[in-house]
Design a protein around this ligand. Structure first.
Ligand SMILES: [Zn+2]
Length: 308
């Protein structure tokens, strides 16, 4: 693996003060997450223990050559605030130099307090994404093995907001061991619970990366990623700004429906994420909707997926 090149860099659309603008998005190859125990996490494949601060600087420099955008979004397969201060300062400097109006990073809740050392460098809109996954401590601990409590998230979010920063909350739709219906309920309960702490929710339907615990369950036929109808159900019923970029959508390892309607449903989900217009879901229909409704009912009893 080359440590001086980012894993990926692209320009995508992102909501910004009610508008849709360009966002330069980069996945950095880092040394990874110090926790690294979540059952569904496959980001380890994007990490390398040899990566130095100097490498990270080269990666950012390469990413910035991709083109102009209003927003810079950095994924780190771990916490941005676990990276060296020297590197963080370099990023803040580049945000100013390139005229980005907003920077988005991600972090586990226990590391966000590091930003205290960076406050004098941040004079742009700053958003920190936290992977809460669910507001239910039992589900987070037992089904995901996330290693922190809802209280920890609340404290971190309050702290970030007290500094004038935005909080994006990642919620996981369908952690392992939940039925399809329980997954929807868990996500909607979580949306309600994070309302006072999050500026925006990003709903991540589970996908099945290689070499993860969730892959073992999936191969044995005791886990199925959520239906795209379930994603729609959560988005439609959430009363908060909420976006979703379903990774691997339409494949067996990602959130999927029957195969025939997946494309149209994903298109509507992406459109909704940019516009927040619930009307985009109105004309979606497929024969598999009935099957999905039955599954919501029956999987509570079967406790295993009834379809692939
Ligand atoms: Zn269908």
């Amino acid at each position: 693996m080359v440590t001086t090149e980012p894993v990926a860099v692209w320009i995508e659309k992102e909501r910004f003060h009610g508008d849709v603008v360009d966002c330069l998005t980069v996945i950095l190859r880092t040394r990874g997450c110090s926790w690294n125990r979540c059952l569904m996490c496959g980001y380890k494949r994007d990490t390398d223990p040899r990566v130095t601060t100097h490498d990270l600087i080269s990666q950012i420099d390469r990413a910035l050559k991709k083109g102009k955008a209003k927003i810079l979004k950095i994924f780190t397969s771990g916490s941005f605030f676990e990276l060296d201060k020297e590197f963080r300062d370099y990023v803040y400097g580049k945000v100013r130099e390139f005229g980005f109006e907003k920077l988005i990073v991600e972090s586990r809740p226990e590391f966000v307090y590091e930003v205290e050392k960076d406050l004098d460098k941040i004079d742009f809109e700053f958003e920190v994404g936290i992977g809460l996954e669910t507001s239910n401590d039992f589900v987070r601990e037992v089904c995901i093995n996330k290693g922190f409590m809802f209280e920890d998230f609340k404290r971190s979010a309050k702290y970030l907001k007290s500094k004038g920063f935005r909080v994006k909350t990642y919620l996981l739709l369908k952690p392992p061991f939940l039925s399809e219906r329980e997954a929807i309920e868990d996500a909607l309960n979580s949306v309600r619970d994070v309302k006072d702490y999050a500026d925006v929710v990003s709903l991540n339907p589970t996908n099945v990366p290689s070499n993860t615990c969730i892959e073992v369950l999936w191969r044995k036929g005791i886990y199925r990623p959520p239906w795209l109808w379930s994603v729609v159900e959560v988005l439609r019923n959430a009363d908060i700004e909420i976006v979703s970029d379903p990774v691997g959508a339409g494949s067996l390892r990602g959130p999927h429906n029957c195969g025939k309607c997946d494309k149209d449903v994903v298109k509507a989900i992406r459109e909704f994420s940019l516009t927040q217009e619930k009307s985009v879901f109105e004309n979606l229909y497929c024969r598999c909707l009935k099957l999905w409704e039955k599954i919501l009912e029956l999987e509570d009893y079967s406790r295993i997926p009834l379809t692939r």
